[in-house]
Design a protein around this ligand. Structure first.
Ligand code: DGY
Length: 317
């Protein structure tokens, strides 16, 4: 029986399945393992079911025991893992695409709605009974008729586009390549980030974090937005230069932000906390019972496929 280290506590049904299939080391207290502890815990294991909170950088990967052959990441994103370092060590890395598209797109839409319609201020006012209806109380931005720029038209971007279109938004997108008109579903292609930003009343960051996308939303690119645009991010914090975005909020260049992901989670740049117009969530993208169950099942399926065939359709390195 293969031995698997599971770095974070999973939902009960997923842990039950793992127990039937493997000699499994579970993390019942859901302790956040340090890199050293993770290496120590993986001694004697054949694979690791990792999470986005595990920083599997080159140094950590090089210290893993030689028995480790797979890192099955419990996420669609894999910015927490150095893919090249894993490849050099002959370790396969897999992810969990598709199953979290709907849940993450729902949060993407919530960020757009929350930021545009001043939900953070509204919640604060309602909770403290410190509000009075008036014709101009908490006037926000209407989605209907606004232009939504989607950076990264993958599965999640497409789903956000579909919902936003049904809300009356006009969809623009930028991707490495133009989609077929079938897949575009009426969305307008912008050939580069500059042209996308310049037509985005609302920006939705949906692209994966990589060496190419790190700090893509920065001082220079933010200037291409129309004045008073809204910036939302459902992808990864690394894509945004926080100081530049906070500065843009301070200058009212950016009207509001809607964020679910941050550099250095769980800590976020305190500059965001000073802004009432920051609608912020704690990385809830995939957080529904259906989706978390499906994600863990897919991470387990990836282990199964890999141990049976030596390969896996969700291998990313
Ligand atoms: C992912 O899978 O990358 C999501 O961000 C997890 O919530």
């Amino acid at each position: 029986m293969k031995k698997i280290l599971v770095t974070r506590k999973l939902l009960q049904s997923n842990e039950e399945r793992l127990k039937k299939l493997y000699d499994v080391k579970l993390n019942s207290n859901d302790e956040l393992y340090s890199q050293n502890k993770l290496v120590e815990m993986s001694e004697g294991c054949d694979g690791i079911l990792s999470a986005l909170t595990d920083k599997l950088d080159e140094e950590t990967i090089n210290e893993l025991p030689h028995s480790i052959k797979i890192l099955s990441n419990f996420a669609v994103g894999f910015g927490n893992i150095d893919l090249e370092a894993a490849k050099k060590r002959g370790i396969a890395v897999t992810n969990t695409p598709e199953v979290l598209t709907d849940a993450t797109a729902e949060i993407g839409i919530l960020l757009i709605l929350g930021a545009c319609r001043r939900a953070a201020e509204g919640i604060e006012g309602a909770r403290s009974s410190n509000w009075k209806w008036s014709a101009d109380y908490l006037i926000g931005k209407q989605l209907t008729g606004s232009r939504l720029g989607i950076l990264g038209m993958g599965r999640i971007g497409k789903k956000i586009a579909k919902i936003a279109k049904s809300l009356g938004m006009i969809i623009h997108y930028h991707n490495r390549s133009k989609l077929s008109s079938d897949q575009e579903n009426g969305a307008i292609y912008q050939k580069d980030l500059k042209s996308l930003m310049s037509v985005s009343d609302v920006l939705s960051v949906c692209c994966p974090a990589s060496k190419e996308t790190v700090n893509m939303i920065n001082k220079e690119t933010l200037e291409f937005l129309p004045k008073g645009a809204v910036v939302t991010n459902v992808a990864r914090g690394d894509i945004v230069d926080d100081d530049a975005l906070i500065d843009a909020l301070n200058r009212r260049k950016v009207y509001a932000v809607g964020l679910d992901v941050y550099k250095g989670e769980p800590n976020l740049n305190p500059g965001y906390l000073k802004h009432k117009s920051a609608f912020i969530l704690p990385h809830l993208g995939s957080a529904t019972k259906e989706t978390r169950t499906a994600m863990a099942n897919l991470a387990i399926d990836n282990l199964e496929e890999f141990f049976k065939s030596g390969n896996c359709k969700n291998k990313v390195n």
